[in-house]
Design a protein around this ligand. Structure first.
Ligand SMILES: [Zn+2]
Length: 482
């Protein structure tokens, strides 16, 4: 059986205001319910929507990323249905004239080895609904989310495996973050994915009947949903049955999908053009922005896909998939990484600290970049100077993360600045330690070799870590032979 998958990805754009009103587009989860609302986003009679230019600009950035056609005329439509989370009784979306049509996006599978191109059918702007909070005996509604801007990206049925679909979705997340268009945090619902899936026997057969799985919010759940739905449809087809066109809700706890609604009772949304918003031309918006004086426009900035960077990170820096993902998923981190590379620091040295200790520490990247940027630069300079041992560098970086103290202070405190000892002084100290521990010396001579660690530890402490353990070891062995 051959699998065919199409995706609908809802991205919450990170604009400053909601799409049709001036309420803040605040997506923090601890915002008090129903405090960031106004007559427009709560659908009060007579309130009129006003399209946010910033939303259109961000959509245009996607148009560039997708190398797509841009609609000469773009307009909004009403999608009518009744539901408590929809205060106006309809959703304002783009049905007849979406802002983006016929695009494509390159992405990689097979541990970044294989290059693929996904076909994008369209992308359109729309407003999000309010949030329903289900409690035991009642349902609460929070309108803070109502009217926040979404870009829905609809692909063609272009994927033939779960891996392709998931890697494409990851690439969407990366480009959205890299170009500062959406935070695309799936846990916060800023990126939600619907999966359409159908099966057919041969390449030349027409596409089979598809089912839709809605609102998937992790990449792992996406993988599982595709696998499970493939098995379910295979079982139906192999037993001679037919797959019904239906929407299925995934129950991840039970690992199965449940029927939400079938084609027979699919909703009829009675789309019609939104009379309160004029059609617009995206190109006119662009021109207007570019001629506006002094106004810094995101449109002038260069579009960055992660594609070339993946190649650089992989081929030139030899980074692993984990390193690359860490870097590409965080725009701020990524930018400062390449800034440091430009300044001449070795990519591997930078990545070594970021991918390991920083990711494990409790410090967020944001705080690291704002409060530790200078310290990190100093640190890399110290590393480049080459007079600190690997062990000292590791301790130094840990201490830097823990305290945020200036490096020189830490180095003094730890005694790393004491110059390496000359052999004569070192021999004196070794002599001293051995004389003070006659029992251990005897045990060592009797064959308890593990005691070497003990001696080295004692000596390192007395020399403030400034001596090299291997040198100490050789000197001890010489003394023992005497
Ligand atoms: Zn509002």
């Amino acid at each position: 059986m051959l699998i065919t998958i199409g995706l609908e990805i809802h991205l919450k754009l990170n604009t400053s205001s909601k799409i049709f009103c001036r309420c803040r587009n605040d997506q923090s989860l601890d915002l008090k319910p129903n405090t960031n609302i106004c007559p427009i986003c709560t659908g009060q009679p007579g309130a009129l929507p006003l399209l946010s230019q910033e939303c259109v600009e961000k959509a245009i950035q996607f148009w560039k990323i997708f190398n797509a056609e841009i609609a000469e005329i773009s307009s909004f439509d009403r999608k009518n249905y009744f539901y408590p989370d929809l205060p106006m009784g309809f959703q304002i979306t783009q049905f007849f004239h979406p802002i983006i049509r016929n695009g494509k996006l390159k992405y990689r599978t097979d541990n970044f080895e294989t290059q693929n191109t996904a076909q994008i059918h369209e992308a359109h702007l729309e407003c999000d609904t309010a949030k329903m909070i289900h409690q035991e005996k009642m349902t609460l509604i929070d309108f803070n989310r109502a009217g926040t801007p979404l870009l829905e990206i609809v692909t063609e049925p272009t994927f033939s495996s779960a891996e392709q679909a998931v890697e494409f979705a990851k690439e969407i997340q990366r480009v959205a973050r890299r170009n500062h268009l959406s935070d695309a945090d799936m846990e916060k619902g800023q990126m939600r994915i619907d999966v359409n899936l159908s099966l057919r026997k041969n390449e030349n057969d027409p596409l089979g009947t598809r089912t839709e799985m809605k609102n998937i919010n992790t990449f792992n759940a996406m993988k599982r949903a595709i696998q499970h739905e493939t098995e379910r449809q295979t079982a139906i087809l192999e037993s001679g049955g037919t797959v019904n066109q239906e929407t299925r809700k995934r129950d991840d706890m039970k690992g199965e999908s449940l029927l939400m609604r079938s084609k027979e009772d699919a909703l009829d949304y009675r789309y019609f053009p939104e009379p309160d918003l004029p059609a617009f031309t995206a190109s006119a918006t662009t021109t207007h922005q570019e001629t506006a004086s002094n106004q810094e426009s995101s449109l002038n900035s260069e579009i960055q896909t992660s594609f070339d960077y993946i190649r650089t990170c992989k081929q030139e820096f030899g980074f692993s998939k984990e390193y690359i993902n860490t870097l590409l998923n965080d725009k701020a981190l990524f930018d400062s990484f390449f800034q440091l590379v430009d300044e001449g620091f070795a990519p591997k040295n930078i990545a070594k600290r970021i991918a390991g200790p920083l990711m494990k520490s409790k410090i967020s990247t944001e705080i690291f970049l704002t409060n530790y940027a200078t310290l990190f630069r100093d640190f890399l300079t110290k590393e480049k100077e080459g007079w600190l041992t690997d062990n000292q560098l590791k301790l130094l970086f840990d201490e830097l993360l823990a305290t945020g103290d200036p490096l020189e202070e830490i180095i003094k405190r730890k005694g790393f600045d004491t110059p390496a000892m000359d052999t004569e002084t070192l021999e004196k100290i070794i002599e001293e330690v051995l004389t003070q521990n006659p029992i251990q010396v005897q045990q060592f001579k009797d064959g308890k070799e593990a005691l070497m660690g003990f001696f080295i530890g004692q000596i390192m402490r007395k020399t403030w870590g400034s001596s090299d353990p291997q040198t100490i070891k050789n000197l001890i062995l010489n003394k023992m032979r005497l």
